[in-house]
Write a protein that binds this ligand. Structure first.
Ligand code: MG
Length: 192
C-alpha cells in the first residue's frame, strides 16, 4: 500500500467557474501544474476526486465531464509535464439535492462528503488512506478526508476563503489551511 495525495478539481486545480459548459473555459490556477509535478517527481500517487453533478442536473452529458478532464490533463502536461495518476468523479445527485436526469439521479456513497471515491481508489490502486492527504476548497472536501481517515487540507483558492469566513457551507476543522495547492504540497511533502 502506498499513500496518495487526493485533489479536488474546481477551486483547487482549475479556477472555480461554476458549471463549465465550454471546455475552453477551464483554466488552471497559477502554480498548480508545478505543484503536481513536484508530487510526480517524488513518485507520490496523485488522484483527482471530484463531485460533478452536471450530468445529474441535466446540464451536460458525462462525455463533457470526460472532455473537461482531458483538457485539465493537457494543461497540466503543457505547463509543467505534470500528470494525475487516476481520476475519480461522481456524476450522481439525489433528487432532493437537485438531480433531474433519471440516469444519474440517485443517492450514492460516491458523493462527497461520503467516502466512496476514496474507498474505490484505495481498493483499486492499493492506497493507504490513513497516510494519505486530501486537498480541497470546500468543507465537504475536508469532511470526506476525515470520514476516510485522511489528513484534510483546505486551500484558500476557490471557495476556501468563503468557507473560512463562514460565508459558504459550514464550519470545518482542516488539519492545515494553505494559501493554494503549491503551499499545500510544500506542507505535505516532508510528511510522506
Ligand atoms: Mg472544489
Amino acid at each position: 500500500m502506498q499513500p496518495a495525495v487526493f485533489l479536488d478539481r474546481d477551486g483547487v486545480l482549475n479556477i472555480e467557474a461554476g458549471y463549465i459548459h465550454k471546455v475552453e473555459d477551464l483554466h488552471l490556477i497559477p502554480g498548480v501544474a508545478q505543484a503536481v509535478r513536484k508530487l510526480n517527481d517524488q513518485q507520490i500517487f496523485c488522484c483527482l476526486v471530484s463531485n460533478q453533478s452536471g450530468p445529474a442536473r441535466g446540464y451536460y452529458p458525462v462525455s463533457h465531464v470526460e472532455a473537461l478532464h482531458e483538457r485539465l490533463c493537457q494543461l497540466l502536461d503543457q505547463a509543467a509535464g505534470a500528470k494525475l495518476d487516476a481520476l475519480y468523479y461522481c456524476p450522481y445527485l439525489s433528487e432532493a439535492e437537485g438531480g433531474t436526469n433519471p440516469e444519474f439521479t440517485r443517492y450514492t456513497t460516491w458523493r462527497k462528503p461520503n467516502t466512496g471515491m476514496l474507498v474505490a481508489a484505495a481498493w483499486e490502486q492499493d492506497l493507504d488512506l490513513r497516510n494519505s492527504f486530501m486537498v480541497g476548497d470546500k468543507a465537504t472536501d475536508v469532511d470526506m478526508a476525515h470520514n476516510a481517515g485522511c489528513t484534510g487540507i483546505l486551500v484558500q483558492t476557490g471557495y476556501g476563503e468563503s468557507v473560512l469566513n463562514g460565508e459558504y457551507q459550514h464550519h470545518t476543522k482542516p488539519d492545515f489551511v494553505a494559501e493554494n495547492l503549491a503551499v499545500a504540497v510544500e506542507w505535505i511533502l516532508p510528511k510522506l
